[in-house]
Ligand binder design. Structure first.
Ligand code: MG
Length: 229
């Protein structure tokens, strides 16, 4: 079984530090007028957000600045989370990850819009070891979120020496984008209303299960493991 967690709004909240660090990076590289206003962040891939930001700010050269932006964003995020440690795990996350980690048939992974370096930074800042997630698909590895489940399943197969059926993959996330990418590949989806969307929103877009938060460890583990014989 492969359990893939989204990061922001699902494992943790940085309480705005991620978006603020993108704004820092934009101002450093492109000037004080740079703004993140009007750009949608939730559930989207960081490099796609960057494309929107350069368009919104009419940056000359556009996405050619991506690698410089990525590295400035990483530095600013590190500075912010050190100066003001606002990253927090969401309710039940530590218990759920610990509990699933004890299941011999379970592999834990991340499926996220984050870059690997900033995703790991956020998880560490929230007090969890990112090395517990061993099969990961990152935001910079696809053109859209729908590209990421296949990549994670491919990595699972390479690591474990055999393919995994999509119905043994559970994608856990807080936005319709997380649910959509699971459905596109026949994976199961668990929506969690700890980000910008309600349980009803996540149900409406087709989440197989939607919960207020991840604190009901026993119920969630039972639902995840129910098809295992
Ligand atoms: Mg999220």
């Amino acid at each position: 079984m492969l359990i893939l967690f989204d990061i922001d709004g699902t494992l943790l909240l940085t309480q705005g530090a991620g978006i603020a660090a993108m704004a820092d990076a934009g101002r450093e590289l492109f000037g004080e007028h740079f703004t993140v206003d009007g750009v949608e962040f939730s559930g989207r891939l960081d490099h796609v957000i960057f494309s929107d930001l350069v368009r919104r700010n009419r940056v000359n050269g556009g996405t050619a600045h991506h690698d410089r932006f990525r590295s400035a964003y990483h530095r600013h995020l590190g500075d912010r989370l050190t100066r003001n440690p606002t990253a927090r795990l969401l309710p039940g996350v530590q218990e759920l990850v610990d509990r699933l980690g004890q299941e011999p048939t379970v592999t834990l992974g991340l499926l996220t819009g984050n870059y690997p370096e900033t995703g790991a930074l956020k998880i560490r800042a929230a007090g969890m070891d990112p090395r517990g997630f061993t099969v990961n698909a990152w935001g910079c590895e696809g053109g859209s979120r729908r590209d990421l489940p296949a990549l994670a399943m491919h990595r699972y197969a390479r690591r474990n020496g055999g393919a995994i059926s999509p119905d043994r993959v559970v994608i856990i996330g807080d936005t319709p984008h997380d649910i959509d990418c699971a459905k596109a590949h026949g994976c199961r989806s668990l929506g969690v209303a700890t980000g910008a969307f309600s349980k009803e929103d996540l149900h409406r877009v087709g989440a197989d299960l939607a919960v207020d938060d991840l604190s009901k460890t026993h119920d969630i583990v039972s639902w995840i493991m129910r098809d295992l014989t």
